[in-house]
Each structure stands twice: as C-alpha cells, then as structure tokens.
Design a protein. Sequence first.
Length: 185
Amino acid sequence: MARTRQQKEESRQAIVRTAAKLFREKGFDRVTVAEVMEGAGLTHGGFPRHFASKDDLVTAALADVFESNAREPLLPSGDLAAFVRGYLDPAHRDAPGSGCVFAALGPEMARAPAATRRLLTEAIDQQITAFAAQVPGEDVEVRRRAAIVAWSAAIGALLLSRISDSQLLSDEILAAGRRVADRLE
C-alpha cells in the first residue's frame, strides 16, 4: 500500500521528535537508529526513506528543536533574567529530554559534522543576539558580551548540576547560577 505524502511527513516528524528527545536524554552515540524508529512506532527498515544517515537525523532533530522553541518557547524568552531563572530551575535540570540541547549535548556537538556545526553556530548566534537585545545599556558590544556571559554561566551551571550525584550540591549550583539573573535586572 502506497503511503501518502502526509503520512510520510507525519512519520518523519515522529522520527525527528523521538530522536531529539532520546539524543538529549542519552547522547548521540548511545541512541541507535533502531531505538529511534521503535520509539516513533516505525520499523527500522523504513529509516532510509527518511534520512541518508544518522548524522542527517541528528541535524534534522536539532533543527526541529530550534524551530519548535522559536514557535513555542519552553522558557520566558523576552526577559533574560526570567529566562536564566527558569533555565536553572530543578524541573529543567531533571528533564534533559525536553530541555536545552546545549547543556544536554554540548561536548558531543563540538565534534559533530560540519552541517550540524553550522546549524548550531547559527542557533547560538541568534540566541546571543536575542539575549543581547534584552540587556540594558547603550553599548551594543557590552550588551552582547553580557548576554554571552549570562547564557554561558547558565549552561555551565545546568551542566554541572546534572553531573553531580549529590542533590544538595546540584541544588546549590542551580541557586548560585540563578543569582546571575539578579545582576541582569
């Protein structure tokens, strides 16, 4: 039975969204194509009809995360201080599968193929530009540096809080990171 274009697109979206969640939860290398296809409710043999390689799937999954977040931000997007507070909330720490790809996959993404790195670079620059517009002050360069520092500190704090096997230390790291938001107001 021939599949319609709509069915094929729905299948592709299921694959991409499943992959995005699994990649953030487990990392690129610990997720198999078979696992993604099963999670999407499809057979492994159908993968080549949608993607040429796992690397292509990685790029598509990351692009989908960025597009979805642009349409419906998970965290406050018009106020950098509120964003940092929400970003460093224990609920975000505890949900890597639906959270920030940079904190979940940063070291792996640094070794990604060129097409994926290009996508990530564009997303980073766009996010910094958006955050810089929210920083008070007249000097554009100073505002951009402040945005970079605030976002970098938030990513680092989230990453460290996820690494720690001590709930007390993890919560302390998040609380210290949230203090950065106080300086943004």
